[in-house]
Design a protein around this ligand. Structure first.
Ligand SMILES: [Zn+2]
Length: 259
């Protein structure tokens, strides 16, 4: 968590702004999704329209992240020498298009084709897949902002690492990652592990995930939510390790979330 109140306010405002971008992506992509003919799934024009929409929203996400990084840094380390990350960090140069096409096929057209083969009514199959397509699209857009922050961190001489800041209602997986506190400067991985998570930065951002990265410049203070997750991890996983601990945490977290 930011050390200054201005830093904290910047992180919250940034997370909410990226959430609004995500909502616009979901609305746009669902609109395009409904226009797809379920009996003509291999439609290059449709894919092109989605990619164009994603590219536009990615630009917004990266711009928001750039002004966030600048404001946050100014609040947290006002005395540090000015630092301008090289422009266009998360822009068109990154191979996001190929990754997005894969995701859209996995969550969208391939799923619909499989459902129809399994006897589903085509229109219902399209409805069923829609939310997954929207969540994947949102991830590919928010990744632009996250990549900006992570790339800037890596190059920033006074940045020490980063913290995961969760959205309003994170899943147990994200809560677990957030509870672990700060991570050092990210390492860039070359390979992608799956079509439904972003692991480029070595940390997972899955479809529908509203987590953001907050730079760490000074002492590490966990955000309040992450402190709660860490306390729950302590109590729920006592005497356990590895997978058993993760499962115990997930059960405790989901029970608390329902209650
Ligand atoms: Zn998350």
């Amino acid at each position: 968590m930011a050390v200054t109140s201005a830093g904290r306010a910047a992180t919250t405002a940034h997370r909410l702004a990226q959430g609004r971008v995500s909502a616009r992506v979901v609305a746009d992509v669902l609109g395009l999704w409904r226009s797809l003919d379920p009996l003509r799934l291999v439609d290059p024009a449709w894919m092109g329209q989605v990619l164009t929409a994603l590219a536009r929203h990615r630009e917004t996400s990266a711009e928001l992240a750039a002004s966030y990084y600048r404001d946050f840094r100014r609040a947290e380390v006002p005395a540090a020498a000015a630092f301008t990350p090289s422009a266009g960090l998360a822009g068109t140069s990154s191979p996001w298009r190929g990754r997005a096409v894969t995701s859209l096929r996995v969550t969208g057209t391939r799923l619909v084709a499989r459902l129809i083969l399994g006897g589903w009514d085509p229109a219902r199959a399209l409805d069923k897949a829609g939310p997954g397509v929207a969540a994947a699209s949102s991830r590919h857009v928010l990744d632009a902002g996250r990549e900006y922050v992570q790339t800037a961190l890596r190059a920033d001489p006074v940045a020490r690492g980063w913290l995961r800041v969760t959205g309003a209602d994170p899943c147990s997986f994200c809560a677990m990652l957030a509870s672990r506190g700060a991570t050092g400067k990210p390492v860039l991985y070359r390979s992608e592990r799956s079509a439904t998570t972003s692991s480029k930065t070595g940390e997972e951002y899955h479809d529908g995930c509203h987590c953001q990265a907050e730079p760490v410049f000074g002492p590490v203070v966990l955000p309040e939510a992450s402190q709660r997750f860490a306390a729950l991890w302590e109590t729920s996983t006592e005497g356990l390790s590895g997978k058993a601990a993760r499962n115990a945490f997930r059960r405790a977290y989901n029970a608390a979330r329902r209650g």
